[in-house]
Ligand binder design. Structure first.
Ligand code: GRF
Length: 190
Protein backbone atom coordinates (compact mmCIF):
# COMPACT_ATOMS: atom_id res chain seq x y z
CA UNK A 1 0.00 0.00 0.00
CA UNK A 2 1.34 3.44 -0.93
CA UNK A 3 0.67 5.92 1.83
CA UNK A 4 0.56 9.65 1.08
CA UNK A 5 3.79 11.42 1.92
CA UNK A 6 4.31 14.57 3.96
CA UNK A 7 7.29 16.85 4.29
CA UNK A 8 7.25 18.81 7.53
CA UNK A 9 8.98 22.19 7.90
CA UNK A 10 10.03 23.35 11.38
CA UNK A 11 12.10 26.09 13.00
CA UNK A 12 11.76 25.37 16.70
CA UNK A 13 11.17 22.54 19.10
CA UNK A 14 8.87 20.77 16.68
CA UNK A 15 6.27 19.49 19.14
CA UNK A 16 3.58 19.66 16.45
CA UNK A 17 5.81 17.76 14.04
CA UNK A 18 6.36 15.13 16.72
CA UNK A 19 2.61 14.78 17.30
CA UNK A 20 2.11 14.31 13.54
CA UNK A 21 4.89 11.71 13.35
CA UNK A 22 3.41 9.77 16.28
CA UNK A 23 -0.08 9.90 14.76
CA UNK A 24 1.28 8.64 11.43
CA UNK A 25 2.95 5.74 13.20
CA UNK A 26 -0.23 4.79 15.08
CA UNK A 27 -2.74 5.25 12.28
CA UNK A 28 -0.59 4.38 9.25
CA UNK A 29 -2.50 7.07 7.35
CA UNK A 30 0.52 8.87 5.88
CA UNK A 31 4.29 8.76 6.10
CA UNK A 32 6.85 11.45 6.75
CA UNK A 33 9.16 11.65 3.74
CA UNK A 34 11.45 14.26 5.32
CA UNK A 35 11.69 17.00 7.90
CA UNK A 36 13.15 20.35 6.82
CA UNK A 37 14.53 22.77 9.40
CA UNK A 38 16.18 26.17 9.13
CA UNK A 39 17.49 25.58 12.65
CA UNK A 40 20.28 23.02 12.95
CA UNK A 41 19.83 22.99 16.74
CA UNK A 42 16.22 21.77 16.79
CA UNK A 43 15.86 18.84 19.17
CA UNK A 44 13.46 17.23 16.71
CA UNK A 45 16.29 16.46 14.28
CA UNK A 46 17.98 13.73 16.34
CA UNK A 47 14.51 12.32 17.12
CA UNK A 48 13.81 12.02 13.38
CA UNK A 49 17.22 10.58 12.65
CA UNK A 50 16.64 7.87 15.26
CA UNK A 51 13.41 6.98 13.45
CA UNK A 52 15.09 6.94 10.04
CA UNK A 53 13.23 10.03 8.81
CA UNK A 54 15.49 12.06 6.47
CA UNK A 55 16.27 15.57 7.74
CA UNK A 56 17.38 18.59 5.74
CA UNK A 57 18.87 21.65 7.38
CA UNK A 58 18.60 24.66 5.10
CA UNK A 59 19.79 28.24 5.15
CA UNK A 60 17.41 31.07 4.36
CA UNK A 61 19.24 31.60 1.07
CA UNK A 62 18.72 27.94 0.07
CA UNK A 63 15.02 28.15 0.87
CA UNK A 64 14.57 30.70 -1.91
CA UNK A 65 16.18 28.70 -4.69
CA UNK A 66 14.76 26.61 -7.51
CA UNK A 67 17.12 23.80 -6.59
CA UNK A 68 15.41 23.60 -3.17
CA UNK A 69 12.03 23.28 -4.92
CA UNK A 70 13.51 20.43 -6.98
CA UNK A 71 14.92 18.79 -3.88
CA UNK A 72 11.45 18.80 -2.29
CA UNK A 73 9.78 17.61 -5.50
CA UNK A 74 12.18 14.66 -5.60
CA UNK A 75 10.38 13.25 -2.53
CA UNK A 76 6.99 13.50 -4.37
CA UNK A 77 5.11 14.64 -1.26
CA UNK A 78 1.32 15.03 -1.36
CA UNK A 79 1.55 17.82 1.20
CA UNK A 80 4.04 20.18 2.79
CA UNK A 81 3.21 20.79 6.44
CA UNK A 82 4.44 23.94 8.15
CA UNK A 83 4.72 23.31 11.87
CA UNK A 84 6.24 26.33 13.55
CA UNK A 85 8.27 27.28 10.46
CA UNK A 86 9.21 30.92 10.90
CA UNK A 87 10.30 31.86 7.38
CA UNK A 88 8.11 33.15 4.59
CA UNK A 89 7.52 30.41 2.05
CA UNK A 90 8.91 31.57 -1.32
CA UNK A 91 6.51 32.01 -4.20
CA UNK A 92 8.42 29.42 -6.21
CA UNK A 93 7.50 26.73 -3.68
CA UNK A 94 3.89 27.94 -3.33
CA UNK A 95 3.45 27.79 -7.11
CA UNK A 96 4.99 24.30 -7.29
CA UNK A 97 2.65 23.06 -4.50
CA UNK A 98 -0.49 25.14 -5.05
CA UNK A 99 -3.07 24.20 -2.40
CA UNK A 100 -0.72 21.58 -0.99
CA UNK A 101 0.96 23.53 1.79
CA UNK A 102 -0.76 23.72 5.19
CA UNK A 103 0.08 25.84 8.22
CA UNK A 104 -1.03 26.01 11.83
CA UNK A 105 -1.33 29.33 13.60
CA UNK A 106 -1.98 29.68 17.35
CA UNK A 107 -4.75 32.28 17.14
CA UNK A 108 -8.14 32.70 15.52
CA UNK A 109 -7.28 34.11 12.09
CA UNK A 110 -7.90 36.51 10.41
CA UNK A 111 -7.14 38.29 13.70
CA UNK A 112 -3.62 38.16 15.13
CA UNK A 113 -1.94 37.00 11.94
CA UNK A 114 0.54 38.47 9.49
CA UNK A 115 4.09 39.69 9.74
CA UNK A 116 5.48 39.89 13.27
CA UNK A 117 2.66 37.77 14.70
CA UNK A 118 4.50 34.70 15.91
CA UNK A 119 5.34 33.01 19.20
CA UNK A 120 4.52 34.94 22.35
CA UNK A 121 3.81 38.16 20.40
CA UNK A 122 0.51 36.60 19.34
CA UNK A 123 -0.60 35.65 22.85
CA UNK A 124 0.53 38.98 24.30
CA UNK A 125 -1.53 40.82 21.68
CA UNK A 126 -4.61 38.64 22.32
CA UNK A 127 -4.44 39.26 26.08
CA UNK A 128 -3.68 42.99 25.68
CA UNK A 129 -6.77 43.35 23.47
CA UNK A 130 -8.93 41.83 26.20
CA UNK A 131 -10.09 38.92 24.06
CA UNK A 132 -12.09 36.31 25.96
CA UNK A 133 -11.33 33.63 23.39
CA UNK A 134 -8.33 32.50 21.39
CA UNK A 135 -7.46 29.24 19.70
CA UNK A 136 -5.86 27.77 16.64
CA UNK A 137 -6.29 28.00 12.90
CA UNK A 138 -5.22 25.40 10.35
CA UNK A 139 -5.15 26.87 6.87
CA UNK A 140 -3.90 26.45 3.33
CA UNK A 141 -0.85 28.59 2.57
CA UNK A 142 -0.97 31.14 -0.20
CA UNK A 143 1.31 34.02 -1.13
CA UNK A 144 0.08 36.24 1.74
CA UNK A 145 1.11 35.51 5.34
CA UNK A 146 -1.69 33.70 7.22
CA UNK A 147 -4.37 34.45 4.60
CA UNK A 148 -5.08 31.15 2.85
CA UNK A 149 -8.37 29.23 3.10
CA UNK A 150 -9.19 28.17 6.65
CA UNK A 151 -9.66 24.43 7.13
CA UNK A 152 -10.26 24.29 10.87
CA UNK A 153 -10.42 26.42 13.99
CA UNK A 154 -10.70 25.39 17.62
CA UNK A 155 -11.12 27.74 20.56
CA UNK A 156 -9.91 28.10 24.14
CA UNK A 157 -11.06 30.53 26.80
CA UNK A 158 -8.80 33.40 27.82
CA UNK A 159 -9.34 33.52 31.59
CA UNK A 160 -8.81 36.42 34.01
CA UNK A 161 -5.12 36.83 34.76
CA UNK A 162 -4.14 34.71 31.78
CA UNK A 163 -0.43 34.88 30.92
CA UNK A 164 0.93 34.48 27.38
CA UNK A 165 2.70 31.24 28.30
CA UNK A 166 -0.38 29.64 29.88
CA UNK A 167 -2.47 30.62 26.85
CA UNK A 168 0.19 29.21 24.49
CA UNK A 169 0.26 25.95 26.45
CA UNK A 170 -3.53 25.51 26.33
CA UNK A 171 -3.58 26.13 22.59
CA UNK A 172 -0.63 23.80 21.97
CA UNK A 173 -2.55 20.88 23.48
CA UNK A 174 -5.30 21.46 20.90
CA UNK A 175 -2.77 21.92 18.11
CA UNK A 176 -1.32 18.48 18.81
CA UNK A 177 -4.78 16.94 18.74
CA UNK A 178 -6.13 18.60 15.61
CA UNK A 179 -3.27 19.13 13.17
CA UNK A 180 -2.59 15.44 12.48
CA UNK A 181 -6.32 14.74 12.05
CA UNK A 182 -7.04 17.71 9.78
CA UNK A 183 -4.08 16.67 7.61
CA UNK A 184 -5.56 13.17 7.37
CA UNK A 185 -8.94 14.59 6.32
CA UNK A 186 -7.43 17.05 3.83
CA UNK A 187 -5.51 14.22 2.15
CA UNK A 188 -8.78 12.29 1.69
CA UNK A 189 -10.38 15.35 0.10
CA UNK A 190 -7.50 16.08 -2.31
C1 GRF B 1 2.93 26.47 17.38
O1 GRF B 1 2.24 27.22 18.33
C2 GRF B 1 2.38 26.75 16.00
O2 GRF B 1 1.03 27.06 15.99
C3 GRF B 1 3.17 27.96 15.57
O3 GRF B 1 4.44 27.76 16.10
C4 GRF B 1 4.38 26.91 17.24
C5 GRF B 1 5.31 25.78 16.99
O4 GRF B 1 5.49 24.97 18.09
N1 GRF B 1 3.09 28.14 14.15
P1 GRF B 1 6.26 23.58 17.93
O5 GRF B 1 7.64 23.89 17.32
O6 GRF B 1 5.45 22.69 17.06
O7 GRF B 1 6.40 23.08 19.33
Amino acid sequence: MHLPKLIIFISGGGSNAKAIIEYAQQKQCYTIAAVVSNNAGSSLLPYCQALGIPTLVITNAQLNTLSFVHEIQAYSPQLIILAGFLRKIPLLLIQAFEGKILNIHPALLPKYGGKGMYGMYIHEAVIAAGEVQSGLTIHVVNAEYDEGAILHQATVEVVAGEEPNTLAAKILVLEHYYYCRIIEQYLKDL
